[in-house]
Design a binder for this molecule. Structure first.
Ligand SMILES: [Zn+2]
Length: 308
């Protein structure tokens, strides 16, 4: 046994001595030095960054995880984009045996861009300790009319007021954009959140559809929503799933209140006023309490995560 092992080691040492440190087969297919240039295959790059290769096209490859999208343009002079922002030139590319190899230097460049863009608030974000709750519509703007005849603005205000008082009870400073039946411009609602530097802005609405069978709650964030907004949406969506309402998911839409707000912002569509069953539930005070509790739980969950 001992002799065989020694022989094996001797053989290995000889191979290494002949081939040099790169080994006899060193080339673009190995992640080793090639004329002072180190390469890594795109799939290895994805693995090292914790991403998946989701698309391989003739002009680019796309790597993804739940929060980041990295696009590498694979033509001469192509660039690397992290979350739609150009980060660096792709530099030299090698194609060997159907595999694409890029410079190892891209790893650290993509990694730091992912950290900056995915969590922009972790280093600079400072908690103001306040949350702005916006009851959608009001005054001359009634919002949708339910199939039972009442207005959306009434449900929005009832649920928003309950959310605000639950938050206050949990020690969160909750500010309402309106506490009675008044009309406020959309930009002014967002401005309230900006003025207070709110940790979160939550706009409360109820949905409507021409199809009376459509039902369920939806959470919206802006198309260019920050990582914090997406975290808040996911926390509220999770807590609202515990009510009897169907989850329709987190969707993106550039509502004025979402794009004019500088900090994290979400819009909650509580349910469908055009659906007979949900219109009944949304009018019911004890169901409103359950909804408000769910929204408030999602907010406090988000704040706990963000502040710590
Ligand atoms: Zn509305």
């Amino acid at each position: 046994m001992h002799i065989r092992l020694t022989l094996k080691l001797l053989l290995l040492t000889t191979v290494l001595a002949i081939g040099g440190c790169g080994g006899p087969y060193a080339g673009p297919s190995d992640a080793g030095p090639v004329s002072g240039y180190e390469t890594v295959s795109v799939s290895q790059l994805a693995g090292l960054l914790g991403l998946r290769v989701v698309e391989t096209a003739s002009t680019h490859v796309t790597l993804k995880d739940s929060t980041n999208t990295v696009m590498i343009f694979t033509y001469t002079g192509g660039k690397v984009y992290v979350n739609a922002k150009a980060v660096c030139d792709v530099g030299r590319l090698d194609r060997t045996a159907g595999q694409l190899y890029v410079s190892k230097e891209l790893i650290s460049q993509i990694q730091s861009a992912m950290q900056t863009s995915a969590r922009p608030r972790t280093s600079t974000w400072k908690s103001s300790g306040c949350v702005v709750i916006d009851a959608g519509h009001g005054g001359k703007d009634p919002g949708a009319t339910s199939c039972l005849g009442y207005y959306e603005k009434t449900v929005n205000l009832a649920v928003a007021s309950k959310v605000a008082s639950l938050l206050k009870r949990s020690g969160v400073r909750a500010i309402m954009t309106r506490s009675n039946d008044t009309f406020i411009e959309l930009e002014d609602r967002a401005e309230i959140a900006n003025r207070y530097g709110a940790d979160l802005f939550v706009s409360i609405h109820a949905d409507s559809s021409p199809r009376s069978s459509t039902r369920g709650f939806t959470i919206y964030v802006a198309r260019s929503a920050s990582w914090s907004s997406r975290r808040a949406a996911s926390a509220i969506s999770k807590s609202m799933s515990r009510t009897d309402l169907t989850k329709r998911g987190i969707q993106k839409a550039d509502y004025r209140v979402l794009v004019c707000t500088k900090g994290p912002a979400v819009l909650v569509e509580l349910g469908y006023l055009s659906n007979h069953s949900e219109a009944g539930m949304l009018r019911n005070s004890s169901f409103q309490n359950r909804l408000a509790q769910a929204v408030s739980d999602g907010i406090t969950e988000f704040l706990g995560r963000n502040i710590l």
